[in-house]
Design a protein around this ligand. Structure first.
Ligand code: PHE
Length: 339
């Protein structure tokens, strides 16, 4: 029996030495230490031994089991190390391979021009105000000196939610909010979306963007308006830019005007961008009407102010030479990535 045990031990150790993988070792463990192993079989035969032999053989059996177990443990560690090394070698990363292309998005031209406008006016001491897109007709018309049944409501027809609630047709609504919420001096701009029930074509959209401006203080005159807009135009379109005021009518400003900038492409001699005019219309403006001041709780005997409103699409389109407004809303990256 002793010889049998020694033989089992020798065979097992040899098999362990030959094992090349964790699976080989597991097989060795099952065949040499498992229930059907020769070791178990030998130890089962203990009953046939004399009482003197039994403890001696028992101890030998245990020492064989221990030797095999230890050898398995050792071999397992070694094989683990080797397998890891092999794996590391196989899975090395070639850092010289070109990386996957990562396409990086950028701001929509409407957003980038809006931010540029904000920077220019922030630099002049304006702050930015926001107003709701869903408005009452009071803020969109009545408080802007356009009472119910006034024909000027028709030229800014918009979408009505109820008789009195609508989608704002102009950012001028924010003038009223600014005057109600702040005491003069007031110096705000307010960019945002506006709506009109216009059919879609190359120059119209039922939704577009405007940027409003409002200044209220003691002694504000038309020359402040001119100076502010000239500075804006030079920063937006270039140092050589000039501006021109043409008389116009808005219900909420008096006097009112439309403002053109000299063409930044031809400098005024006439080209395709300015359609031969030399000038490009960019905004409406004027001195805030006394009725508007009064309705918003500001005494027109003490304070005066100017307001202006410009279409952001219009500025984007002239600046980038875009001839069709619809392109700005189609979200085609081939178009958008040009700017
Ligand atoms: N709200 C006017 C428009 O949409 C523009 C404007 C703003 C005119 C402020 C004068 C003063 O046409």
């Amino acid at each position: 029996m002793k010889a049998q045990l020694e033989k089992v031990k020798a065979e097992a150790l040899e098999a362990i030495a030959k094992a090349e993988s964790a699976q080989d070792l597991e097989n060795v463990r099952v065949s040499y230490l498992g229930k059907k192993s020769p070791l178990t079989a030998v130890l089962k035969n203990m009953g046939s031994l004399t009482p003197e032999e039994r403890p001696v053989m028992g101890a030998l059996g245990n020492s064989v089991r221990e030797a095999i177990t230890n050898a398995l443990e050792e071999a397992k560690k070694e094989i683990g190390k080797k397998e890891l090394a092999k794996k590391l070698e196989k899975e090395t990363i070639d850092v010289t391979l070109p990386a996957k292309k990562c396409s990086c998005g950028k701001l929509h031209p409407l957003t980038s021009i809006q931010r540029e406008m904000e920077e220019i006016f922030l630099g002049m001491g304006f702050s930015i105000a926001e107003g709701p897109e869903v408005e009452t007709d009071y803020y969109n018309f009545t408080a802007l000196n356009t009472p119910e049944f006034h024909p000027a409501r028709d030229v800014q027809d918009t979408f009505y939610i109820t008789d009195k609630v609508l989608l704002r047709s102009q950012t001028s609504t924010t003038q009223v909010h600014a005057m109600e919420e702040n005491k003069p001096p007031i110096r705000v701009i307010s960019p945002g979306r506006v709506y009109r029930s216009d059919a879609v074509d190359a120059t119209h959209s039922p939704m577009f963007h405007q940027c409003e401006g409002l200044v209220i203080d003691k002694g504000i005159t038309m020359s402040d308006l001119k100076g502010t807009l000239l500075l804006f135009a030079k920063q937006m379109f270039g140092e050589k830019t000039e501006i021109r005021f043409r008389p116009h009518h808005f219900p909420f400003t008096e006097p009112s005007c439309e403002v053109d900038v000299s063409c930044f492409v031809c400098g005024g001699s006439g080209c395709s961008v300015c359609k031969g005019e030399g000038w490009i219309e960019i905004l409406g403006a004027g001195m805030v009407h006394p009725n508007v001041l009064r309705m918003s709780g500001i005494d027109p005997e003490v304070y005066s102010g100017f307001a202006f409103g410009m279409g952001i699409e219009r500025i984007v389109m002239t600046k980038f030479g875009i001839s069709d407004m619809r392109l700005l809303y189609e979200n085609d990256v081939r178009f958008l990535s040009q700017f």
